[in-house]
Design a protein around this ligand. Structure first.
Ligand SMILES: [Zn+2]
Ligand SMILES: [Zn+2]
Length: 139
């Protein structure tokens, strides 16, 4: 569900203590939208499960993206970031532990970056490497 601004979202029933609408909202910083946010309880459940499994904070480099920001950062036209997807910073994580936990937690779209792991919950599973990342993800 698209919310025009995370500031408009009623968080009184918020059930995901390690995440907030703000950090999952568009990172254009108010330049291109009012802080669009995509609310998906099942996605948030999966994120909390992942957070518990890895036992460390998850830093979200990119969450929902407004159309203009998605274009600006070079996202695919039908990127899952137009709804909800996350790019999680790898710094401080065992990348393979993060990957294993993400797979077990029901994330089906997995993009391997050099500095981040992209995760989404698309219907048809997919995996891909971003430029220059493949060697880093060989076990
Ligand atoms: Zn935006
Ligand atoms: Zn991504």
């Amino acid at each position: 569900m698209l919310i025009r601004s995370f500031t408009l979202f009623d968080t009184s029933g918020w059930q995901w203590p390690h995440f907030s609408p703000r950090e999952l909202s568009c990172k254009c910083g108010g330049r291109l939208c009012d802080g669009e946010y995509w609310h998906d309880p099942e996605f948030l459940d999966a994120l909390e499960t992942l957070r518990s499994a890895v036992g460390q904070p998850l830093v979200i480099n990119s969450g929902h993206r407004c159309a203009l920001w998605n274009t600006h950062v070079g996202g695919a036209a039908h990127s899952m970031h137009r709804q909800i997807a996350v790019d999680i910073a790898l710094a401080g994580h065992d990348r393979f532990a993060l990957l294993d936990a993400a797979e077990q937690g029901g994330f089906t779209g997995i993009g391997f970056g050099r500095h981040f792991l992209h995760l989404d919950r698309r219907g048809k599973p997919a995996r891909w490497y971003y430029s220059g990342s493949k060697a880093l993800w060989e076990r």
